[in-house]
Write a protein that binds this ligand. Sequence first.
Ligand code: ATP
Length: 457
Amino acid sequence: MTEASSAVTMDKIVSLCKRRGFVFPGSEIYGGLANAWDYGPMGVELKRNVKEAWWREVVRTRDDVVGLDAAILMNPSVWEASGHLSGFTDPLVECKECKHRFRSDHVESGKCPDCGGELGESRQFNLMLKTFLGAVEDTASTVFMRPETAQGMFVNFLNIQTATRKKLPFGIAQIGKSFRNEITPGNFIFRTREFEQMEMEFFAKPPEHLQPGERNDDEWHEYWVNLRFEWYLRHGIRKENLRLRVHETAELAHYAKATTDIEYLFPWGWGEMEGIANRTDFDLKKHSEHSGTRLTYFDEQSPAEEKHYHPYVIEPAVGVDRLALMFLLDAYTEEEVGGDSAGAGKGETRVVLKFHPSIAPVQVALLPLSRNEKLTPLSREVYASLIATGRWNVEYDDAQSIGRRYRRFDEVGTPFCVTVDFDSLEDNQVTIRDRDTLVQDRVAIADLASILGERLG
Ligand code: ATP
């Protein structure tokens, strides 16, 4: 495995997340629940921005993708048709001595990673979480917590096509919770049993139905791989920490013809961020067979004899929590600084999250120099004027010394702090402090919103 070169470690991220209100251990006062995490005020803003950045690019700014919010609990037949009941498994081994369980494909040595003991036979373990519907806990009312959001899009294919009259190619996107009874969850929010996914099923014409000049499924696959890869770069992720990995035939999921992963260089090595799969017509065909409803598309212009067919599907699928972790790790920086503007004493280390402005939980902090009551009315007024633009998440903070407040906003990755001081009362100007360069400049209050607008992009 390759080591990440930056000073960031998981311990530092976990501790910053707790200290600053990004992520707390779930049910902490009861001793927690293994690998369950709660997102605090900064964490929800971060996740919200990540979801908005995705939705904007994949749905809002395109005329060929629409949204869906399907139920988490689905008719169990869905999972039979999709192949999840029989095939959504990971290989599991148990240590004969300490009884700890591992994913066979994650154990490199053949010995127990915890105690070095001998491992038993590998068996397939289904990852779907079960629950019961209704008052009687018998098998008739067993339902599954969805392990992916994708099936919601497939079973609604006809509903959406009929309601929107979309022509191929078009996509259906969804953001929502998924659940997997992972054998070895871990690495903080990288792998959990409850997580949020963002998936888009892009329905395209099968090769035999294409007209001259139209993209085929392989070309749409490549198109989405490139578009998704660029999204990471455009939101500030360092290129050297990203790579594409094409799946070998042997590791392809049961429904996929080809898959390319976008991987990130985590502190423990390269890990999957996002998978972009060519699912062919597998899912729509299976649901047509099992449900008796033909999930086909009618294409008058198809050169083939049969004008009704099951479209192919290209699917970019990514986890919100995993993206949040990546943005935190990539933004984490420690710098030697001195002086008040940094909020740290001379020779001290400043921790700063250099988030892209679109991802930062708070874009602007409004800070009166002190709690002196003479500063409050003007500070509140400037704050209200920034809030009124509706463009940014602005936080007002007058607790503690200005140095400590700068330190706090560096640690949550706020690009700009705006300070109101006694001179402001006379000259109607405020100071803008740049998180990354630490440069401070004075601007007229009247120009503040437009200057911030330019700098935040
Ligand atoms: P892995 O091989 O890591 O188990 P996968 O290939 O099974 O992942 P997919 O089914 O392709 O994952 O899911 C799409 C995306 O959903 C993943 O790329 C990841 O970002 C996210 N994801 C999947 N499982 C989890 C999990 N247990 N916790 C957090 N995010 C997850």
